[in-house]
Design a protein around this ligand. Structure first.
Ligand code: GDP
Ligand code: IMO
Ligand code: MG
Length: 423
């Protein structure tokens, strides 16, 4: 039995959480493979909105197990808040939320280091979510990190103290003022650890491979987006993990030959939060309309998201790197009312027209060429079948399918679980 992957093809916030929730009924296990509380995955159903940061988006379904894989970084403080939200909704997670012993822990000082690094960069800052993601993955690859499994050892506090002391020294290297109260931060951290320890810690690679052997169905849930991938994204304006398909293998311990379908989630337009290049970004009324109608504010930080037209050059790149087999188009409803819909089909780069993603996509290096489509006026949000969708939207979808060679299997027409059209 194959493991299917679901990941974002743009700069994050494509609507991954919603679609994982929609698809969960088909799976025995949902497994997050990378990222941490920099993610904000929004689920809306039964009149309630939930934002998950670390917990997989299958958690609201009765019969599905949810695994936080080894590739994820966990902040016990934020994790505790997420669990408390589940408690408020009487979600019984104790037997269906399993944590990899090999997942790394975000310490309070990782967050301080993130802040110090960002402040010291000034205008060149990454625009990180300030959740300590970069410093935690640096400690992981630097072989200094603390893992969930360490919490089962008697001396975890010694490890914690040694790493924290090192971080405090490192903070001095940054020539910036970061105010903090270590005692308070530690107290909060220890409370988080206590709550985390009420959950089951597992050898998740063993668990998942046994599940594969036992013909269980597994969906791997990505965080962030392909253009934020540490290797293939718009470096250095990226996150610190592999958000692309290969990250699911290393982030869960699943072999490449066990991967089946790869679901690529993309918005009918493009957004980005934080710094970095964005060739189709709009600074005009159209961009403002997308942001307003699409409620484009970060689910984790509340920052306004930058908006622009769909970039097919970048989308094709993401499809290639991930081996996407099915596309899922989100937020089609947000484009209702635009007279003209534009899609970037090529870049001008060093005096040439190109249709692949070059090394540098900053505004001074590339300009974009658009293909235009007629818009549609109809409100899509109440539509429930493909037959109701306006012809101009179907033309837009057909063009994307032709250009990418990949079928669009879901069209999302609103944030609610029910506002989902399967094709
Ligand atoms: P994720 O990080 O990929 O899970 O996406 P986010 O939750 O950060 O951002 C997606 C936002 O769009 C959330 O506010 C969702 O509730 C909302 N959303 C998802 N799908 C749709 C859709 O089809 N239409 C509209 N209008 N909103 C959507
Ligand atoms: P989801 O899973 C959108 C962005 C940040 C910043 C860069 C690095 O909800 O799609 P980091 O805190 O990871 O060091 O920040 O990456 N970023 C996201 N943007 N959605 C996310 O997650 C993101 N996670 C990180 O804004 O530009
Ligand atoms: Mg998000």
């Amino acid at each position: 039995m194959a493991v299917n992957l679901l990941l974002g093809l743009q700069w994050g916030d494509e609507g991954k959480g919603k679609i994982v929730d929609v698809l969960t009924k088909n799976y025995d296990i949902i497994a997050r493979f990378q990222g941490g509380p920099n993610a904000g995955h929004t689920l809306i159903f039964d009149g309630n909105k939930h934002v998950l940061h670390t917990i997989p988006s299958g958690i609201f379904h009765e019969n599905t197990q949810n695994v936080v894989g080894n590739g994820v970084v966990i902040d016990p403080v934020i994790f505790k808040k997420e669990l408390e939200n589940l408690d408020n909704y009487n979600v019984n997670y104790t037997n269906k939320l399993l944590i990899s012993r090999k997942a790394h822990l975000i310490l309070p000082t990782h967050r301080l280091l993130d802040a110090a690094s960002e402040t010291s960069k000034g205008k060149a800052k990454i625009g990180s979510t300030l959740k300590g993601i970069g410093p935690t993955y640096m400690d992981k690859t630097g072989r200094n990190g603390m893992r969930v499994g360490d919490l089962e050892l008697d001396n975890w506090k010694e490890k914690y103290d040694a790493l924290t002391a090192k971080h405090i020294k490192m903070l001095d290297f940054f020539d910036v003022q970061i105010d903090y109260n270590l005692k308070e931060l530690e107290a909060e951290f220890c409370e988080g650890i206590d709550k985390l320890k009420t959950l089951q810690f597992i050898d998740s690679e063993e668990f998942l491979n046994n599940a594969i052997q036992g013909n269980k169905t597994i969906l791997a849930e990505g965080a962030q987006g392909s253009l934020l991938d540490i290797d293939f994204g718009t470096y250095p304006y990226v996150t610190s993990s592999n958000t692309t398909a290969a990250g699911a293998c290393t982030g869960l311990g699943i072999a490449p030959n066990k991967i089946g379908d790869v679901f690529g989630i993309f918005k009918a337009y493009t957004t980005r939060v934080g710094s970095g290049p964005f060739p189709t970004e709009l600074f005009d009324a159209d961009g403002e309309t997308m942001g307003r109608v699409g409620h484009e504010f970060g689910a984790t930080t509340g920052r306004p998201r930058r908006c622009g037209w769909l970039d097919l050059v970048a989308l094709k790149y993401a499809i290639q790197v991930n081996g996407v087999t099915q596309l899922m188009m989100m937020k089609a409803d947000v484009l209702s009312g635009f007279g003209t819909i534009k899609v970037c089909t090529s870049y001008n780069y060093k005096g040439e027209e190109i249709s692949h993603l070059p090394y540098n996509i900053e505004q001074e290096n590339v300009s974009v060429n658009y293909t235009e489509f007629k818009g549609w006026k109809a409100d899509l949000t109440k539509m429930t079948s493909e037959a109701e969708l306006p012809k101009n939207l179907m033309d837009y979808i057909a063009f994307i399918e032709k250009e990418t060679g990949v079928p669009v299997k879901i069209v999302s027409v609103g944030p609610d679980r029910k506002q989902t059209i399967l094709r």
